[in-house]
Design a protein around this ligand. Sequence first.
Ligand code: DHB
Length: 521
Amino acid sequence: MVERRDVLRLGLTGLALSVPVLSGCGRGPTRGHTLRFDTEAFEELTDTIATAGGDRSVTYRFYRAIPYVAKPVDVACQSLNISVPVAIDAVPVDASRAPILFANSVGGYLPSSTVKATGVGAGGMTGMPGMGAMPPGDPPPDAMAQVGSGGNAMISRAGRMVNNARLALAAGNVVVEPGARGRTLRNDEGAYYGVAPAAIVDLKAAVRYLRANRHKVPGNMDRIVSSGTSAGGALSALLGASADDTLYDEALAAVGAADASDAVFAAAAWCPITDLDHADMAYEWNWGDNPLATGGLVDPLESAQLAGAFAGYQASLGLHGEGVAALTAETLGPYLVESYLQPAADRYLASLPAAERATYLFTHSFIRYVDRRSGFSWADFRAHVGARRKSLPAFDAFDLSAPENNLFGLGKTKARHFTTYSLRKASGDPTAVLDADLPRTLEQMNPMPFLLEGNRARAKHWWLRVGTRDTDTSLSVLANLAAVAAARGDDVDAAMYWDAGHGANEDADDFIAWISRIADA
Ligand code: DHB
């Protein structure tokens, strides 16, 4: 099993050997930008892209480092690249009305920039030399996520890198790769200018830029498909859910976003780290009984308190699953098994040669396998996954050390509590209340309320994926996103990858086919 973590290490090795493809943005000169797209400002590039159908030689126009806001705070982050195919295997392509993959490369809620990329897919991860070697020791966590975000690179079942942006281009789509501010950025005064909601404001501004230039930028602005992984998946889902909501107007005006809609046609998210206000509760509901990687269990009382709070939250969503009366903390486990986990196991087992399948079933005796259908309990599944990635609380750490504490920083304050539970525990004050700005910022960062209220401008097509061994967040996060979008009547393609970890993308070709299917329907 190749975990995303390992791939990030590989990426670091590659980085040392090649160009510094992506990094924190660094502010660059702050000057006004016109927001006019220059149709002639491209280089023509040719690249060989490996697809399921064989290698494709793709010639494309590469428009690099276009500032997408009139008043950038950090132009290296607030810029985008556009790749437009002109020929595939020497056959001319007219992409003027092609779907647009809007592929963010955010990881870890860190800054992302594509301005130094030398081609589609942020010029990096898939083609980097030296991918086989691993540097000694762990790179610092922030560096890991930053490099990992490079080029939209993800992990296939075979442990190879896959890159949605490159595959989408090879299929004749226009590909837009926006950068965005991230939580660690600080200005000369020491203020954190990339904390929430900066990244979603930037992605919205990037979409507005495209639409404001709809008669010049190639591609169909009514067929924008957003994609992202992990924190980038969270932002992709949020972009789809919160489209055109006035909650962001002030922040969009402050950066000089174009006056246009930021709605997208579809939102795709792999392992989205979202619904952060409820993620600690959900995590204990899901992984509370699982041991820590260091051995031992988390505090059972605190775990039970959070899991108990999750039951209230889950009930408040009022969601229903297919054939399930209501999705509650009690029914959700068996629902996940039936709707996601068993189908994932079935697909995995069916893909194995008979002898390997027999071995897998022999060594995983908790799975009953009859007529090519697997059966197991929610408890047995969780025991099978084993160690949880995160301690308690998983997101709002008592000592403010989690990435999300930094995400909800403000001004010169690097990190803050964003849940009442952690705030009260950490401060010892049972009446403590969150800073007054936080409820609004939390709302700006969570796709769930927009979907629950049925935001009319939202994306109506959803592609949602997560690995069943991904303990970066609760599996309920993806299931709830899927259930609420389905409840609104949206077209939802949601599935899990059996035994896969964080950052898995095992059906990239299906995703590319899905783009064509929904765009043409
Ligand atoms: C990411 C992973 C996390 O576990 C998290 O809390 C935030 C972001 C990521 O990989 O982007």
